[in-house]
Design a protein around this ligand. Sequence first.
Ligand SMILES: O=C(O)/C=C/c1cccc(O)c1O
Ligand SMILES: [Fe+2]
Length: 312
Amino acid sequence: MTFAAVGLSHSPLIGKNDPAPEVLTRIDAAVDQARAFVHEFEPELVVLYAPDHYNGFFYKDMPPFCLATAATAVGDFGSQAGPLSVDRDIADTVAEGVLDLGIDLTVSARMTVDHGFVQPLEVLFGGIDTVPVVPVFINGVATPLGRVSRIRALGDAVGQATARLDKRVLFIGSGGLSHDPPVPTLKGAPARVADALIEGHPPTPEQRAKGEARVLQAGRDYAAGASTMVPINPAWDALVLDVLENGTLADVDAWTPDWMAREGGGSAHEVRTWIAAFASLAAAGPYEMTSRFYEPVPEWIAGFAVATALPR
Ligand SMILES: O=C(O)/C=C/c1cccc(O)c1O
Ligand SMILES: [Fe+2]
């Protein structure tokens, strides 16, 4: 068994509302480095921790986290649609192992996923069906949210359960860091929006296009400084990356969802995916962050980070 981890921010605005060329060049170099890291590691299995943005999970049943034994991508924001190459047998084995370790994991035999899952697979592997994957949804948007300590415990249990497989396993955390995109909230939502967030009526192509255009415009306004969205917070993002780099993961147990939202915006909770990925890596012992990149990118509405890590 050998482990590795990658944390990678996602944004549906990548390629649609890009920052200045010199910023893009720096980001491309960091992403290229992460891709080379993954290529060299040659994972036999990817455990992919990612959030959802009201494409697969709705308030009628909103688990804090959920492991998929099969998953299909909706193709939002031009991302690839269709089935992910989920290894069902391994997903079952990991789920049983995690439950046996005392974590109340939920399981989906038909998960619907969006760009949160698809983007890292596209960026690092060139598509959603090129490597055996176990997708693990982590709620990073829909309040109320539970303690971050439970996410750390989940990651640790997944790491322990996966260690028994005797495979090269790459853990990926998708999302973050500080960011406040215009994802709707149930609290205070008009009746029509609340119903959609609860029930999850699949949008028509026109409704989807309208929603995506709204997010694109929000990115343009944010970059122009004409927005009320919570600003990207490089100091908070550095704190998050420091904890992950230093391996002091127990620090996150003191983080409250309210504090995280105040510091990093409504989608800062996506850093839960990074915490799970690094906790899984840490289940095999001390690790070293082998690369770390960060840049605030208002055009993408993202405190954008890429990091790689290996056991010491
Ligand atoms: O509107 C959505 O579905 C999500 C938008 C978004 C924007 C920027 C960064 C992210 O992580 C997002 O999910
Ligand atoms: Fe997101």
